[in-house]
Design a protein around this ligand. Structure first.
Ligand code: GLN
Length: 241
């Protein structure tokens, strides 16, 4: 078994160590004797996303999101839409999550017309939503409690056909108003959670890995790991928040 991972825009979308999610995905596969490769896809590079088993996109500031717009609309937007419709799993963080929607309008009125792969949109607000937060994933996402760190001014609203990744227990989430956090559509996992997200949320990491393995190989199982250290970090934050 092997998973081919694509890390999109590692050059401009990597806030708060988001690339650590790729390292965590690979390590939790390696501990199970499953191989993986990672191909970086920076601005200007081309690749067929259909050749990959999992795609990761990290977060970025308003400026970086505008920097990548031209590159995105030179064909990567079509690739992303097709890959999502083909059921390829995506893990997207904050700015990387926002760009899957119809648009992101910054607080100063700059409008970024994004991909429209997910029925959602984001509008920047005067309020920055910053801090440690926690949310409960829905059963379709494994149902785990997730702890994370958010820092965004964008308020995301979900449209029809898109489910939240989870319900906020403490913190802001998508917009600080409707109690939703993130988004799920087909095998896309969108979230505002930086940190990186996955190392201290092993259940969610394994759920995403299983989604990719089962899509590629049909049946697949992940042997249990000793997550004592990961869960100690998780539980400390869950109690603190
Ligand atoms: N620039 C976007 C916002 O402020 C995304 C920020 C991020 O990726 N942390 O909402």
């Amino acid at each position: 078994m092997e998973l081919k991972i694509c890390h999109m825009y590692p050059d401009v979308l990597n806030l708060y160590g988001d690339r650590g999610n790729v390292k965590c995905l690979q390590q939790r596969l390696r501990w199970r004797g499953i191989d993986s490769t990672v191909e970086r896809l920076p601005i200007g590079a081309q690749a067929r996303l259909g050749d990959f088993d999992l795609v990761f996109i990290g977060g970025g500031q308003d400026f970086e999101q505008q920097v990548l717009l031209e590159d995105l609309h030179r064909g990567k937007d079509r690739e992303i839409r097709a890959a999502i419709e083909d059921g390829i799993p995506f893990l997207t963080i904050c700015g990387g999550y926002q760009m899957l929607g119809h648009y992101y309008e910054t607080y100063d009125g700059q409008r970024c017309d994004f991909i429209g792969a997910l029925d959602l949109y984001t509008v920047g607000s005067k309020q920055r939503m910053i801090g440690n937060y926690k949310f409960q994933c829905g059963p379709e996402s494994g149902g785990s409690l997730v702890v994370g760190f958010e820092n965004h001014s964008g308020k995301t609203r979900l449209g029809s056909g898109v489910q939240p990744l989870g319900q906020v227990l403490a913190g802001f989430g998508n917009n600080g108003e409707d109690g939703t956090e993130g988004a799920r559509y087909r095998n896309v996992f969108g979230t505002y959670s930086h940190g990186p997200l996955l190392p201290k949320n092993p259940a969610l990491c394994d759920f995403i890995l299983l989604t990719a393995l089962q899509r590629k190989y049909g049946a697949a199982e992940l042997s249990p790991l000793d997550d004592t250290a990961e869960l100690a970090a998780h539980d400390e934050m869950a109690e603190r928040i």
